[in-house]
Design a protein around this ligand. Structure first.
Ligand code: PLP
Length: 398
C-alpha cells in the first residue's frame, strides 16, 4: 500500500495487501509448512537473516504476514505477531520479557485464564506478581519496585468492564523506570474503539477470537509493539518458548473478518448502549456494568480514551439468588448461553462459574466479580429482539 495515511475503514480492508501475479483479489491461503530454497547458500542466508524470505511456517507464512501487517496498522504499532490464540499472545508476550526474579504488577480483574497464568503458572518460574485495583492508578505506583518489568491490565476489563486510565498508568510506570513494558489487553474494545499504544502503552495483546475475527469460527491472537520487541518475541516467545503459531487458514478468516470491523463495532456499540439502558431501568436488575452509562464509575476515563463508542460488552447483577439467576438464563430463547464474545450472536454467560472459575471465592470477591454477575456480549441482531428476549426472562423475576 502507498505511504499515504488512510482512514480506519480503508486500512482494515487494504493494509498488508500484496497482489499476487495472477491477480487474485482475495489473498490465498498458503497451506504449506515449509518453503523451498534455490540452493544451500540461499537457505543459509535466510537462516542468518542476511536475505529476506520465508523458511518454515512456524517462523513466518505469507497469509499470516498479511494479517500481521493489517493489525499493526490498525493498532498504530510498528509491527505485530500473530498467534494461535489470545492466551498464546499473552504467554509469548510475557515470556519474552520476564525471567526469574522479575516482578509484574497486574490488574486484579482479568480474564480467568490470564489470571491463572499470572496468579499461579508464571510464578512457578520465579516471577512475582502483585495484583492491584487499577481503577485507581495510585495503587500501581505503590506496587512498583526496582524489579518490576511489566505492568499488565485489560480495559475495559473482563467481566466487570472496570476502566483503567491507560495514559496515567503508562506514565506512572515509565516515570518509575522507562524500561518497564506496559502491556494492555485490547480484546474488549478492539482497535476500532481504543489504541493503547497511542496513549503511552508499549505492547498490545488481544484475543482475535473475539471482535477482530468476529464470526465465532477461529481461535487466534496478536501481539503488537515496536519492531525490535516484536522481532524478539517472534524469535523467543513464539519460535522457541510457546510455538503458538497462527494457521494460514485462521489468517485467511481473520483477514475476511477484519474488512468489516468498523461496521460490526458500530452496531455492537449501538445495540449494547440500548440493552444497557433497558437493563438499567428494569426492576429485576440491581446493577449494570457498561462504560457508556453516565453513572458507571469509569465513564469519564472511558470517554477520554475510547473513541467511536463504548463496546459491545456489558454485565448485570440481578436482585435474585444464584439459583434464580441460573434458572433465568436457562430460559433465554434468542440470547445464547456460551462463553466467548464479539460474535454476531448475543452470548450470555455466568462469569463466576465459567470464564472466571479459575478464581477462588475469595479472589472473586476481592475483584468485585459477584456470584450473580451475568456477562453479555451484545450481538448484531435487531436490538428489539435482544431486549424482548431479556425482558421476557427478567419480568419473571420481579
Ligand atoms: N483476553 C481476554 C480479555 C479474553 O476475554 C480472552 C478469552 O476470552 C483471552 C484473552 C484469551 O483468548 P483466547 O481464548 O483466544 O485464547
Amino acid at each position: 500500500m502507498a505511504k499515504k495515511e488512510f482512514g480506519f475503514a480503508t486500512t482494515q480492508i487494504h493494509a498488508g495487501t500484496h497482489r499476487e501475479d495472477n491477480g487474485a483479489l482475495a489473498f490465498p491461503i498458503y497451506a504449506t509448512s515449509t518453503f523451498v530454497f534455490d540452493n544451500v547458500e540461499q537457505g543459509a542466508a535466510r537462516f542468518a537473516g542476511e536475505e529476506e524470505g520465508y523458511i518454515y511456517s512456524r517462523l513466518g507464512n505469507p497469509s499470516v504476514t498479511q494479517v500481521e501487517e493489517k493489525v499493526a496498522a490498525l493498532e498504530g504499532g510498528e509491527a505485530a505477531m500473530a498467534t494461535a490464540s489470545g492466551m498464546g499472545a499473552i504467554s509469548a508476550a510475557l515470556w519474552s520479557i520476564l525471567e526469574a526474579g522479575d516482578e509484574v504488577v497486574a490488574s486484579d480483574t482479568l480474564y480467568g485464564c490470564t489470571f491463572a497464568l499470572l496468579n499461579t503458572d508464571i510464578q512457578k518460574f520465579g516471577v512475582k506478581v502483585t495484583f492491584v485495583d487499577m481503577g485507581d492508578p495510585e495503587n500501581v505506583k505503590k506496587a512498583l519496585t526496582e524489579k518490576t518489568k511489566v505492568v499488565y491490565f485489560e480495559t475495559p476489563c473482563n467481566p466487570t468492564l472496570k476502566i483503567v486510565d491507560i495514559a496515567a498508568v503508562s506514565k506512572m510506570a515509565h516515570d518509575c523506570n522507562p524500561e518497564i513494558k506496559v502491556v494492555v489487553d485490547n480484546t474488549f474494545p478492539s482497535p476500532y474503539l481504543q489504541n493503547p499504544l497511542k496513549l503511552g502503552a508499549d505492547v498490545v495483546v488481544c484475543s482475535a477470537t473475539k471482535y477482530i475475527n468476529g464470526h465465532g469460527d477461529v481461535i487466534a491472537g496478536f501481539v503488537v509493539g515496536d519492531a525490535e520487541y516484536i522481532m524478539n518475541t517472534k524469535m523467543t516467545g513464539l519460535k522457541n518458548m510457546t510455538g503458538t503459531v497462527m494457521s494460514p487458514f485462521s489468517a485467511f478468516l481473520i483477514n475476511r473478518g477484519l474488512k468489516t470491523l468498523n461496521l460490526r463495532m458500530e452496531r455492537h456499540c449501538a445495540n449494547a448502549m440500548k440493552v444497557a439502558e433497558f437493563l438499567h431501568d428494569h426492576p429485576a436488575v440491581d446493577k449494570v456494568y457498561y462504560p457508556g452509562l453516565p453513572d458507571f464509575e469509569g465513564h469519564e476515563i472511558a470517554k477520554k480514551q475510547m473513541h467511536n463508542g463504548f463496546g459491545g460488552m456489558l454485565a448485570m447483577e440481578l436482585k435474585a439468588s444464584r439459583d434464580e439467576v441460573a434458572a433465568a438464563i436457562n430460559k433465554l430463547q434468542l440470547c445464547t448461553l456460551a462463553v466467548s464474545l464479539g460474535d454476531a450472536e448475543t452470548l450470555v454467560e455466568h462469569a463466576a462459574t465459567m470464564t472466571h472459575s479459575t478464581y477462588t471465592k475469595e479472589e472473586l470477591a476481592a475483584s468485585g466479580i459477584s456470584e450473580g454477575l451475568v456477562r453479555i456480549s451484545v450481538g448484531l441482531e435487531d436490538v428489539e429482539d435482544i431486549i424482548d428476549d431479556l425482558k421476557t426472562v427478567l419480568d419473571t423475576l420481579v
